[in-house]
Structure formats: C-alpha cells, structure tokens
Write a protein that binds this ligand. Structure first.
Ligand SMILES: CC(C)(COP(=O)(O)OP(=O)(O)OC[C@H]1O[C@@H](n2cnc3c(N)ncnc32)[C@H](O)[C@@H]1OP(=O)(O)O)[C@@H](O)C(=O)NCCC(=O)NCCSC(=O)CCC(=O)c1ccccc1C(=O)O
Length: 264
C-alpha cells in the first residue's frame, strides 16, 4: 500500500507515528481505515529503524470513536476494502503481535472500538481532556473478545462490566486511577511525551523487549480464539433489526428503542 487516505504514517527517529486522520468523523474507522492501519503496522514491523510504534489521531477532540456508525447505518457494513474484508480482528492481533512496544497517545475521546484499540496497546498516555468508554450496547454492537476479556485483565471484572453495561464516559484522571492508562499529560505535550517514552525504550535491548512483550502476551493469547468467535457473533448480530436500530438511532440523533427485544 503506497499512499494512505484515512491515516498518516511517519518514522521519526526510533518511532513510527501512526495517526488516524478522519477528524470529521471523530477518527472513527471504516474498512479502509483498518486496512491502512494494518499496512502501517506491518511497515513498522519490517523497518529495523523503528523500535516503538505510537498510535494517535488527528485533532484534539477524538482519538478514535470505534466503527463508523454513519457508514454502517448507510450501507449496513464498514464500506469497501481492497481485500473485500473488514479486518478489525486482524488489526487487534497485529497490535499485540508486532514485537515492538505500541504506545497509544490518546488525544481525545477513546470510545467503542477506539477504546479497544488503546486497551490493546502496550502502553497508554492520555491527554488531560481524553475520555474513555464503550458504546456498543447503545449502537447495536459489542466486542466480546479482547474488548471485554482483556479489558477485565486490566481494570478488573467489576470495572470492566461497569464500562460495558453502563456505556458511560470516564475522564483521564479516573482512567489513570483504574490503571487503564500509564500517564496523563497536558494535551499540548502528549506527542512529545510519547516520543520521550519511545526514545527511552529505544536505547534498550530490542530482543529483550520483544521476548518480554511475547511473554506478557502469552498469558492472554487464548483470548484470540474468543475474539474470533466474538467477531463471528457480531457479524450475525449485525444483521438483526435490534443491531440496525442502534446504528440508525445514532445516525438519526435519537435514543435507540430496544424495548421490544429480550435476552432470555
Ligand atoms: C463519541 C461521542 C460520545 C461524542 O459525542 P459529542 O462530543 O456530543 O459529539 P457528536 O456531535 O456526537 O460527534 C461529532 C461528530 O462526529 C461524528 N461521529 C462521532 N463518532 C462517530 C462514529 N463512531 N461514527 C461516525 N460518526 C461519528 C458525529 O456523528 C458528529 O458528526 P456531525 O456530522 O457533526 O453530526 C458520540 O459521537 C458517540 O457516541 N459516537 C458513537 C460512538 C460509537 O457508538 N462508536 C461505535 C461503537 S461500536 C464499535 O466501535 C464496534 C465496531 C467495531 O469496532 C467492531 C466491528 C466489528 C468487529 C469488532 C469490532 C471491534 O471490536 O472493534
């Protein structure tokens, strides 16, 4: 993939900076965005100069607000891709498998699938104004793979269930208190701080770091199987009227009405 439309990719010193660039849609992702993120992470993996990947996004409002709900309301999917597939599960695995630390520089709202992306990064640094949360049950979606199981490893079962069952937004101070982010800094210092962390990592042994990352991952790698099953479940659920109601309500700027559905 030669040039990017939905993201930017730059190698700055030892860091590859991957920037989601759809601020008009709050940096939500469509299929093409995911495809380009995959290409960027693969480029970073293959580049010996790159010791750390920084994942961030354009503007100050949003880091990523998950799947593009307007696209889903319009076409019922996340739009066309070169591969013909929506490979969000593969992107999740790539963030885990790339043998270099990935730092999320969370510049604003990290919601839904965007929240899952930062959760999967090895480290998260947040702007003071960043907000965190899941939104799937409001818009007819869910991530019952890494998005729930790995989140519970990080914040604990009670908090993970609260995050998913209430769909609230949490501020950066709360996220830091819960261990959801490593540090909180003023927004205008976010990228510089992430690059400082990258410089600090870059002088260490890359092979030791690689083995450590693989070791940390080994404990939760079984969740990849769960994640595959969750993606399959989601694509079946996505065809239902209940799921359509969630996406349509968001696009029409109204509250969803799930009153006629029951989970028995
Ligand atoms: C993020 C909000 C809470 C922000 O609210 P607010 O500050 O009031 O701003 P708004 O006016 O609502 O938004 C500004 C502007 O941006 C547009 N926008 C925001 N988010 C999205 C989005 N996700 N998609 C499309 N467009 C978006 C919004 O419409 C406004 O545009 P205007 O033209 O000005 O009207 C709030 O915006 C909000 O709640 N957003 C939706 C968040 C959401 O529900 N995200 C999806 C969650 S579900 C998901 O991500 C799962 C999909 C997925 O990733 C997935 C799919 C398949 C398998 C696995 C996965 C996975 O696990 O990841």
């Amino acid at each position: 993939m030669g040039s990017y439309e939905d993201i930017q990719y730059a190698v700055e010193g030892p860091a590859a900076v991957v920037t989601i660039n759809r601020p008009e849609r709050y940096n939500s992702f469509r299929g093409k965005t995911v495809e380009e993120l995959i290409a960027a992470f693969r480029a970073a993996w293959a580049d010996p100069q790159v010791r750390v990947v920084i994942l961030t996004a354009a503007g100050e409002k949003a880091f990523c607000t998950g799947g593009d709900v307007k696209q889903r309301a319009e076409t019922g999917d996340y739009g066309p891709t070169e591969s013909g597939m929506f490979e969000i599960g593969y992107l999740h695995k790539l963030i885990r498998d790339i043998p270099k630390p990935v730092i999320a520089a969370v510049n604003g709202l990290a919601i839904g699938g965007g929240h899952v992306l930062h959760v999967l990064c090895d480290l998260s640094i947040a702007a003071e104004t960043a907000k965190f949360g899941q939104a799937g049950p409001r818009v007819g979606s869910f991530d019952a793979g890494f998005g729930s199981a790995f989140l519970a490893r990080i914040v604990g079962e009670k908090r993970a269930r609260e995050i998913w069952f209430l769909c609230r937004q949490y501020d950066a101070a709360t996220a830091e208190r819960w261990g959801l982010v490593n540090a909180v800094v003023p927004g205008d210092q976010l990228l510089a701080e992430a690059k400082r962390w990258a410089e600090e990592i870059a002088v260490l042994s890359p092979t030791a770091i690689k083995f450590l990352k693989q070791s940390f991952n080994a404990d939760t790698d079984h969740q990849a199987g769960l994640s595959n099953m969750a993606m399959s479940a989601l694509s079946v659920f996505g065809e239902t009227e209940e799921a359509h109601e969630g996406a349509a309500a968001f696009a029409e700027k109204r509250k969803p009405d799930f009153s006629q559905y029951a989970a028995l």
